[in-house]
Every structure is written in C-alpha cells, then in structure tokens.
Design a protein around this ligand. Structure first.
Ligand code: PEP
Ligand code: MN
Length: 334
C-alpha cells in the first residue's frame, strides 16, 4: 500500500497513521523523495483503505500488491517524464535518441560526434568514461578528465550527457559533468550504489541485469526511488540465454511488460542487445514498434577503430539512417 502524505503533516498525525497501519497488521516505511512524501506499507491482511484515507495528513491511498511499489503504475497512472531542460525530454509518446561511443576516446572524437548529433537533431550523447570491462587488460576508459572534456563539447553544442557510474565515490566526482547517470548491467543489483543514487537530484538510467528478471529490474529502480530520487529511466539491453549466435538476446517483450507495470520511461539499447552492427537497425526499429520511449545506440566515426565494442557500433551514415527510420517508425506507431 502507498500512502501519499501531506508534505506539512504533523508528527502526531503521522503517528496516528502508523499506529492504524500497525493495528491492521502493516509495517510501514517513510519515503521522502525530492518531490513528495510517502508511507509504503507492507502487509498481507485485508484492510479497508478508507480507514486510512480518512486520516488527517493523508492525500491519497493506493493498494499496490506488487513487490515493487513506488515504481508501479498501479498508483501513478500518469507516466513519469524526465525533463533535461531546453525542450530535451524522455517521456511516453516521444522518442528520445541517445547516441555515442562505447568509450570516450579523444576530443576530436567528441567534436565530430557532437556535430553529427546536432546535424541529426539528436540531443543526448552517450560515452563511457569509467568502463566495466570483462578483462582487466582491455581499455578501461579515460576517467574523469575524459568526461569533463566530453561534457564541455556536448554543452557547446546544446547536447546533454549520459555516462556510466561504476561506484559510489564517482557519483560526486561526475556530478558536474553529467546530465544522466547510467547504471550498467553489471551493477543493476549493486544495492549500495543504487541507494546512494537515491540521494542525487539528477536522473538515473538503470539497465536490466544481464540475468535479471523484469521484477528484479523494477525492484532495483525501487531502491533508488525509495531513497529519494524519482527521476528514473528503465533500459532493456539484452539478457544472457543459451543462444550463442549473437552477444545477448534482446528481450523486446520487456518493453510492453515494463510499460504496463511501471510509470517510468523505458528505453532500449539494441547495440548491446544484439551485439552485431548490421542487426542493430532492425532491432532498433522493432524496439520502437514495441513501444520504447527511446533508444540508446553506440555510434563512432570509425567503428573499426573504436576502443571498445566496435563490432556493434554504427558509423555516422548508418546511425543517421537509424535516427531517421526510428522517427518514421514512431510516427507509424502513433
Ligand atoms: C555500455 O553502455 O557501454 C555498457 C557497458 O552497457 P551494459 O552495462 O549494458 O553492458
Ligand atoms: Mn559498450
């Protein structure tokens, strides 16, 4: 059960609500986000929610039987929109295009990329500064200096930046050089990192764990929300299955499922999802038709020379075509 509280509720009124819940067999936790104040109550007994709804300080009461609560669509029917300023948004009914290299490599790369994105009216740029690599001998990113440069170039072009945060100490370091934090598939269940991301006032894109279920992804998002940050974006990026013909199995079932279960925007990363350059476009278009609110694409001026993930990275010509066709797909879907 989710109880939305009046922000100015008195301690006595709060106590009365908690007592009433306790008598009804419910255990409640307070959640104060940057936007609102809630009590999340867990219990199995039947309770007439009107007995809570009538109490002083209560704005609204919703019954949510899912394991995740605040990210559920059962209480918040209006979809969450992420506003990055200057008309740049991630929200239902639109298609947020996010593109850039797997890894930030050089200023020249960033300049060429930003110009290409601007030419194609793509307003969010991706690039990893701290790279989680399977092998310790692979390129592990340019670090904070790379991110600073990337952010400056993006800003010069009116573009927003998303980059992956690997650990708690980086949250603060990255803060001034980022518009959206990305939580990668290897960290989807790093609960201490998720908890800390609840305290920042910038959006967080959370990828599905490579062997994570839909419910686990939603519970991970709940961790961030429950610690204060409501600005969340879910991302399907492919899961591990028995199939070896491609890097991952892009689970597009996740799109309608997540859209139905949660009010958060859902975007799809077909680059990691399929892992093969020539199959990225069809999967990107399929993702749009499945209902995705955006796409996260790896692109590079010369993918063959990319420091990481070149095999799944589109060149500028290919990416321009995907942007155009994805927008056409959105128009056809609506
Ligand atoms: C990435 O976006 O470059 C990345 C490492 O993604 P994932 O966490 O999905 O592997
Ligand atoms: Mn990558």
């Amino acid at each position: 059960m989710i109880i939305q509280l009046d922000p100015g509720i008195t301690p006595a009124a709060l106590e009365t609500i908690k007592q009433t819940l306790q008598h009804g067999g419910y255990k409640s936790s307070e959640v104060k986000t940057q936007k609102a104040y809630y009590l999340v109550a867990l219990g199995t007994k039947e309770i007439d929610i009107r007995t809570i709804g009538h109490l002083a300080g209560v704005r609204d009461v919703h019954r949510v039987s899912d394991a995740y609560k605040l990210v559920s669509r059962k209480w918040k029917v209006h979809p969450t929109a992420i506003d990055l300023g200057d008309g740049i948004r991630i929200r239902e009914g639109e298609l947020a295009l996010i593109a850039g290299p797997c890894s930030i490599e050089s200023e020249e790369q960033a300049q060429r990329l930003a110009q290409h994105l601007k030419d194609n009216n793509v307003r969010i740029m991706r690039g990893g500064a701290f790279k989680p690599r399977t092998s310790p001998y692979s390129f592990r990113g340019m670090g904070l200096d790379g991110l600073k440069m990337f952010y400056r170039v993006a800003r010069e072009h009116g573009i927003r930046v998303i980059s992956e945060v690997l650990e708690i100490s980086q949250i603060k370091e990255m803060y001034d050089y980022i518009d959206i934090y990305q939580v990668g598939t290897r960290n989807t269940q790093n609960f201490s990192l998720l908890h800390e991301l609840g305290r920042v006032d910038k959006p967080v894109l959370i990828k599905r764990g490579m062997s994570g279920t839909i419910e686990e992804l939603l519970q991970s998002a709940e961790y961030i929300f429950a610690n204060g940050n409501e600005q969340l974006i879910l991302c399907e990026r492919g899961i591990r299955t028995f199939e070896k013909a491609y890097r991952n199995t892009l689970d597009l079932n996740a799109v309608p499922a997540l859209k139905e279960k949660s009010h958060l925007p859902v975007i799809v990363d077909p680059s990691h999802g399929v892992g093969v350059r020539r199959w990225v476009e069809p999967m990107a278009l399929a993702a749009v038709m499945a209902g995705a609110d955006g796409l996260l694409l790896e692109i590079h001026q010369t993918p063959e020379e990319a420091a990481s993930d070149g095999q799944q990275t589109l060149n500028f010509e290919e990416s321009a075509r995907v942007f155009r066709r994805a927008r056409e797909a959105l128009a056809a879907r609506c």
